[in-house]
Design a protein around this ligand. Sequence first.
Ligand code: ITT
Length: 194
Amino acid sequence: MKKLLYLASKNLGKIGEYQKLLSDVNCQLALQPDSIDVLESGETFKENAAKKACEVSKKLNNYAIADDSGLCIEALNGSPGIYSSRYGDNDKSRINRVLRELQGINNRNAYFIANVCVSSPEGEIILDIEAKCFGKILSSIRGTNGFGYDPIFEEISTKLTFAEMSNEIKDKLSHRGKAIAKLIPELKKIFPDY
Ligand code: ITT
């Protein structure tokens, strides 16, 4: 029987991406039960990712994977940063807030960052990786795919927003996709193919 790996996330956009990104790993991906709520009280992406993975692992006595991710905008001194999911009540209001704050500002440089942590059933962090994806913030939305800030983030090499990309291309270029690609060889050691 396959070992379980709990995905410590309640974000449906992320969950969809993880299901594809981890499809090559010989584990049974399970969703964090609704009853578990982890407070993101850390001051860094890493602290929050570790906290989410650890608490879910300890409660369920199983491996867990979590990321804390966000959008860091140069002209806003790195905001929304670790507050990306709390920058408004929903994706639309978060996007509108960013566009408002950048009105009249020429420097549109930004990056997405993901810190991904895997914890053991005992709640010890055994893997931890960070990756970034660079781009620019547009002045209005473009594209309909994805989630979160995808429609206003234009990736640097393709000049497409994440919301204009197919899932396959976003998975190759995104912060989360790059972080998971680096983790796969390590995950394969924990969840071997035989
Ligand atoms: P979980 O903690 O349950 O995983 P969350 O949405 O609270 O869900 P984070 O604390 O990591 O997750 O916040 C990340 C936010 O950054 C997320 O809500 C989006 O607004 C944004 N974000 C992260 N990755 C993104 C991506 O690939 N595309 C668009 N927005 C993204």
